[in-house]
Design a protein around this ligand. Structure first.
Ligand code: ZN
Length: 389
């Protein structure tokens, strides 16, 4: 079945003006200022009446099988459901294990990614773990990336964090080499997703790894860079050296009070400093745990990171921090797709996957979401649910 979307205001993410879009076989088949199909060709027409059409969001870090557990077994967070992603316009997710690679497994992660794919969105994941030596399925990071379809990189591996294994610079170089070769052999990104904690080393281990090896800086993809103002500055230097940095959009009030910079604000600060949006991304860290502590450090509550915080941060960057729409969009679509090596994703372009968000130009609220040519959100509400929702 062909689908013709009429009267779209396209941001590819760069603004292209008014276009009609023809979807077939899950791909964008044609995009012209005016497209008409003869009545003898079976098709569905949807008039978008001037809605903004932008690429579906690419969320580069979601704990799709759940995360947390740092306050005991009862604090393990639940799996992500399909509509938690689609409600927020996320049509591509990259799953990873979190702090717990003991009761959570890579096999489960691959199975969940395949389930999300069957339910309608695109899902990939990273082999490896917070801890070093990293967990694998085959015994080798390279082999995992080459042989297992869903693995596109390794991580999130923790540095500068008391919960990580404090990998040495030599170990980070070895890990990046293994991921890089796996990526080359399989035609994938082979990126090393790096969780950066509160520790004083900040991004120094990565800068040293790049300075003392042949590993390109873009092989490392550090996240949580808006965790505190000091790390943010370290991240700016990393981006100015050619690296790509990622800001986390799941927050709670206590995390902000403790010094985390809003992802939308961090994006605006970076852009105002002259850093290209090709070096900046945002991700949700969805389904991670967001602990709430009392004044004397006792765990008194637990919230769960939300995948739809990614869209909220996009909207906030545009509405509250005056980031131009195309630049804010780039940080959650084209740039993460490029870093991750997802050639079919992140752009509204003929031949690429038909993953779109349709947004009201005044309120910037999501009206429709399309993934692989199928409409998953109608009038702002999910039209398709996951198997157990
Ligand atoms: Zn993390």
């Amino acid at each position: 079945m062909l689908t013709l979307l009429k009267n779209a205001k396209v941001y590819a993410p760069e603004p292209l003006g008014k276009h009609d879009l023809l979807i077939a076989g899950g791909k964008l088949l044609a995009m012209e200022s005016e497209l008409t199909l003869s009545g003898s060709i079976p098709h569905r027409t949807v008039d978008l009446n001037g809605l903004i059409v932008a690429p579906g969001l690419v969320d580069s870090l979601v704990h799709i099988t759940g995360g947390g557990g740092e306050g005991g077994f009862a604090t393990r967070t639940p799996e992500m459901t399909l509509t938690q992603a689609t409600r927020g316009g996320v049509t591509t997710v990259v799953g990873a294990l979190g702090t717990d690679a003991t009761t959570r497994s890579l096999a489960d992660l691959v199975a969940k990614a395949r389930a999300l794919e069957e339910e309608g969105i695109s899902a990939y994941c990273h082999t490896g773990s917070y801890q070093y030596p990293v967990r694998t399925i085959t015994g080798s990071v390279t082999d995992d990336i080459v042989l297992i379809d869903k693995f596109i990189g390794v991580g999130e591996v923790a540095i500068s964090d008391h919960r990580g294994s404090h990998p040495s610079v030599a170990e980070l170089i070895r890990l990046a080499s293994e991921a890089r070769v796996g990526g080359m052999l399989a035609g994938k990104g082979g990126v090393v997703s790096i969780h950066v904690g509160d520790g004083g080393d900040q991004l120094d281990p990565l800068l040293e790894a790049v300075a003392t090896s042949e590993i390109p800086i873009r092989q490392f993809y550090p996240t949580h860079i808006n965790r505190n103002p000091g790390l943010l500055n370290s991240g700016f230097r990393f981006a100015e050296a050619g690296g790509v940095i990622d800001f986390t959009t799941s927050h709670n009030q206590q995390i902000i009070d403790d010094g985390e910079v809003l992802a939308a604000e961090a994006l605006a600060l970076a852009i105002n400093r002259g850093i290209s949006v090709n070096n900046l991304t945002m991700s949700s860290d969805g389904n991670a745990s967001l602990p709430i502590f009392s004044r004397d450090g006792e765990l008194i509550g637990l919230e769960v990171g939300r995948v739809d915080s990614l869209f909220s941060a996009l909207r906030q960057a545009i509405k509250d921090f005056d980031v131009p729409i195309e630049q804010a969009l780039t940080a959650v679509t084209a740039t993460p797709a490029k870093v991750l090596g997802l050639a079919q994703k992140g752009r509204v372009q003929v031949g690429k996957d038909a993953d779109f968000i349709c947004v009201d130009p005044a309120s910037f609220a999501i009206e429709q979401v399309w993934a692989k040519g199928k409409q998953l959100v109608v009038n702002g509400e999910p039209a398709c649910k996951g198997m157990f929702e």
